[in-house]
Design a protein around this ligand. Structure first.
Ligand code: IMP
Length: 203
């Protein structure tokens, strides 16, 4: 029997490796869009929710292949800022912003805001499209607090500012091994593993 294939809409090599690792025990082949020659396929993330963006990215790729497809979208949602940076997490400080500029902007927006009002959560949404076109949404969240200064140099994005609930340390301090067990992305990917496992079993 031919092995099933799962195509990832991301070209980000860190994400590709993380997803391959989590799905490694399933009898499927995991490939990125770049592996299939769609490296230049850029999809504008213009949805109003993470769900809309993930579904859009997955659907456009699903039309081009005959395999299962996933796309993900994540963001940091800060309570005091009514959910900002949220959908705009990657470009919070402007179109050409980087992690450092985004972190500085976030700290400025929360200047003088006390710790008890600095609650936040990361959220990941994964859209899985089966070969039959069925869309399944898998989500993961991780709660925490935004610190007053960056701590730790591991990870990326807002990791140095995000103090993880129950750990009293930032993702920047905790590092990959712990993060990959408790993060928003890890939780969504675990649900994805279960879902694909069922799909493969049902065949
Ligand atoms: P993406 O949809 O996974 O590319 O995430 C969008 C943006 O959200 C990233 O560019 C980061 O700014 C932020 N973000 C998402 N996940 C994380 C994380 O695990 N740590 C820190 N920042 C993150």
């Amino acid at each position: 029997m031919n092995r099933k294939r799962l195509i990832l809409s991301t070209g980000n090599s860190n994400k590709v490796e993380e997803i391959k690792y989590i799905l490694k025990d399933l009898p499927i082949d995991v490939l990125s869009k770049d592996d299939l020659g769609f490296k230049d396929l850029e999809i504008e993330e213009d949805g109003k929710t993470l769900e809309e963006n993930a579904i859009k990215k997955a659907s456009i790729l699903a039309k081009k292949v005959e395999d299962m497809v996933i796309a993900d979208d994540s963001g940091l949602f800060v309570g005091y800022l009514n959910g900002a940076p949220g959908l705009h997490s990657a470009r919070y400080a402007g179109d050409n912003s980087n992690d450092r500029a985004n972190n500085i902007k976030l700290l400025n927006e929360l200047k003088d805001v006390p710790l008890e009002k600095r609650d936040a959560y990361f959220r990941t949404v994964i859209a899985l499209i089966g070969v039959d076109g069925k869309v399944t949404i898998l989500t993961g969240e991780c709660k925490g607090t935004i610190g007053f200064e960056p701590k730790g140099n591991k990870g990326f994005g807002y990791d140095p500012l995000f103090i993880v609930e129950g750990y009293d340390k930032t993702f920047g301090e905790l590092g990959e091994e712990v993060k990959n067990k408790i993060s928003h992305r890890a939780k969504a990917l675990e649900k994805l593993r279960e879902e694909i496992g069922k799909m493969v079993e049902d065949e």
